[in-house]
Design a binder for this molecule. Structure first.
Ligand code: BGC
Length: 269
């Protein structure tokens, strides 16, 4: 175990599976107390499993159910975290989903669902986190920053994605939400950055990697020649949340094996 985040309280939204679970684990391994947010009864056991793994490695945390697209639920989650652990030091704005459809068949419900969780959820959680950072004030024994927010974006904040208009729009929105908040709150010593994962092996994109044929096709988009794993994102999140990255603010760190390098141009154009 490291100690880069010792005793810092981190809320990780959507932490019951995939990238969120990997990030929760990585933060706990570096000493953070982790609030494992999960969305529904359905995912309670999965959240419990993430917490148990953290605890059996000597870490601390709690699970908390809430729909990040609902203002009252988000406010209750932050209030409970402050009650249990005193404050919030780090927000990992991770909760996100896909609800894909050819554009002409996309329903308003599909659009609202994805924008609600992926974008409005990040707005609501960031607002509560910043309110708490400002209320609590500096804690020099924990960090040189007043607070840190990491928005989980995607390579699709820059790569258009046919058949996924709601998802790509949500990630494009996260890009300027993150940069605007970083600009607004840098003078207060709050650091806000994004991670832009490429293809990471998680349930959200299982069909893209779970057969050898699918994986070969996917690898044509990844110059570095392997599909990512959640640990790749966990390590980046620890760095971005720690004082090691103190001069990094308003940036998207792409963790994508080069997916954003226009690999189609390596032999054409
Ligand atoms: C999506 C995945 C996709 C990856 C690369 C992510 O943001 O959620 O489904 O595999 O981008 O295209």
């Amino acid at each position: 175990m490291g100690n880069k985040l010792q005793s810092q309280v981190a809320i990780v939204t959507g932490a019951c599976s995939g990238i969120g679970a990997g990030v929760a684990n990585a933060l706990a391994t570096d000493g953070a107390i982790v609030v494992i947010n999960y969305p529904s009864d359905h995912t309670h056991d999965a959240a419990d499993a993430v917490l148990n793994e953290i605890k059996s490695a000597g870490g601390r945390g709690m699970i908390y159910q809430c729909d990040v697209s609902k203002e009252d639920q988000v406010q209750a989650m932050f209030a409970e975290t402050v009650k249990q652990f005193g404050t919030v030091d780090i927000l990992i704005n991770n909760a996100g989903l896909q609800d894909d459809s050819p554009f002409t068949e996309m329903t308003l419900a599909q659009w609202n669902h994805v924008i609600g969780v992926n974008l409005t959820g990040q707005f609501l959680c960031a607002r509560e986190a910043i309110r708490e950072f400002l209320r609590r004030g500096m804690q020099p024994e924990k960090s040189v920053a007043l607070g840190k927010i990491i928005c989980m974006s995607s390579v699709h904040e820059v790569i258009p994605w046919a058949g996924h208009a709601n998802y790509a729009a949500s990630k494009g929105g996260i890009k300027l939400l993150m940069q605007t908040l970083a600009q607004e709150f840098a003078p207060k010593k709050i650091r806000i950055n994004s991670i832009g994962p490429g293809a990471i092996k998680t349930p959200i994109n299982k069909s893209a990697w779970d057969t050898p044929e699918a994986e070969v096709k996917l690898l044509t988009l990844i110059p570095y020649g392997r599909v990512g794993i959640t640990d790749d994102i966990g390590k980046a999140a620890v760095w971005l949340a720690s004082d090691d990255s103190d001069y990094v603010n308003g940036t998207t760190l792409f963790v994508d094996g080069g997916m954003t390098l226009f690999p189609g141009f390596s032999t054409n154009g």
